[in-house]
Ligand binder design. Structure first.
Ligand SMILES: [Zn+2]
Length: 382
């Protein structure tokens, strides 16, 4: 099927017509002028989604239909590719969640093409208070290839990203095996020293997961694991730019250090997309979601209880706070995570690419999703 879209190229600012055929961008033509002032951009890619709109991928009662619900909610916020994220839990709960997501992918073409992998964040993380974040201590453990292989089997090979703390003994061999089997390895929820981080990079780790979060409240000035990861040209970095997880000065400096190898994640929990109010969290107890989107512990308002924002809200935050241009923010939420996965091959808006496209309203202070197109099909329209 042939379709065409007209609007403004999000990078060049020039009027364009995008022609898609059978789910692929066939041609992008520059026009003299365009009636439409809407931006055309590639679909967003979110490599860390724990849940959305009341659904938690880590819930032991997760159903296949829930995965479809989250997928549809993703389209509304412009996400055309995402990684459901399974966090630290009992061995059996991890296996069950992976199995359900995998079955949902196998039974529905739309889920299959949108869920392009699963992110396993845990349980091979740091036990220390701070780096561990909200991951339940009793299930934290050393990397174990047999367990990982069993989970990968339950996921039918869909685990494409694992976040681990490389200070555990056996990490080097474990990372090598992951990389050999096509799994991307991220450093995160870690208290590793310089030598351990260097070893992880030599073994094949290529990402720092939400750098600057899940860290000690107090750190030695240097060396420490933030400098060690920032200094490495081999490590990409994912950031939660929601305005609550990292202060603007930190975002500003991090973005200067790795301008081309940073991408955004929402790290959204099941509270994302819900109205403000008081809620019960399975790990955190009573939590509050305020009208600005800050999610915190009711008994300790200084502690965040996870993220409740979408990638679109993070983009708008960066632009609104003059931390990046609109183009850069969109790139960090679309082209960059794809380039991280395919080692720089992705070109975003270009002929021959899958037609995962967004039409965005740029007339207001904030970007707004008008249309989401997944492999040439309209999947959301405002
Ligand atoms: Zn995390």
């Amino acid at each position: 099927m042939k379709n065409s879209l007209e609007g403004i190229h999000f990078q060049t600012g020039k009027p364009i017509q995008v022609i898609t055929r059978d789910g692929i961008i066939q041609e992008i033509m520059e026009l003299e002028s365009s009636e439409s002032k809407n931006l055309i951009a590639p679909g967003f890619v979110d490599l860390q989604v724990n849940g959305f709109q009341g659904i938690d991928f880590n819930d032991s009662n997760l159903k296949e239909s829930d995965v479809l619900k989250v997928t549809r909610a993703m389209f509304e916020s412009g996400v055309t590719t995402y990684f459901p994220t399974i966090i630290t839990n009992s061995d059996d709960s991890i296996r069950k969640s992976l199995k359900t997501i995998s079955l949902a992918c196998a039974s529905n073409g739309l889920i299959q093409s949108t869920v392009q992998g699963i992110h396993l964040e845990g349980p091979f993380l740091s036990k220390e208070e701070g780096p561990r974040g909200a991951h339940p201590l009793k299930y934290i453990q050393a990397p174990n290839w047999e367990k990982f292989s069993a989970w990968q089997e339950a996921a039918e090979g869909r685990i494409k990203l694992i976040t681990l703390a490389p200070e555990w003994e056996g990490s080097f061999e474990f990372i090598e095996k992951c990389v050999e089997s096509g799994v991307n390895v991220a450093i995160g929820h870690t208290a590793a020293n310089t030598t351990q981080i260097e070893a992880a990079i030599r073994a094949g780790a290529t990402l720092s997961t939400h750098l600057g979060n899940a860290a000690h409240l107090m750190l030695p000035r240097h060396p420490n694991y933030l400098w060690d990861q920032l200094a490495s040209e081999k490590l990409w970095m994912s950031l939660i730019a929601d305005g609550f997880h990292l202060p603007d000065t930190v975002l500003k400096v991090f973005l200067k250090v790795k301008p081309k190898t940073t991408f955004l994640i929402s790290d959204a929990t099941s509270f994302a997309g819900l109205p403000p109010g008081n809620y019960q969290s399975p790990i955190g107890g009573e939590v509050v979601l305020n009208k600005n989107g800050r999610l915190y512990m009711e008994k300790n308002p200084g502690l965040l209880a996870g993220s409740a924002t979408s990638l679109l809200q993070c983009i708008n935050y960066l632009v609104d706070h003059h931390l990046t241009s609109v183009q850069e923010a969109i790139e960090m939420a679309s082209v960059r995570p794809m380039q991280f996965l395919d080692r720089g091959y992705s070109r975003g808006l270009s002929s021959g690419s899958i037609a995962d496209l967004l039409v965005l309203d740029f007339n207001r202070a904030n970007l707004e999703i008008l249309q989401t197109i997944k492999a040439g099909e309209l999947v959301y329209s405002k």
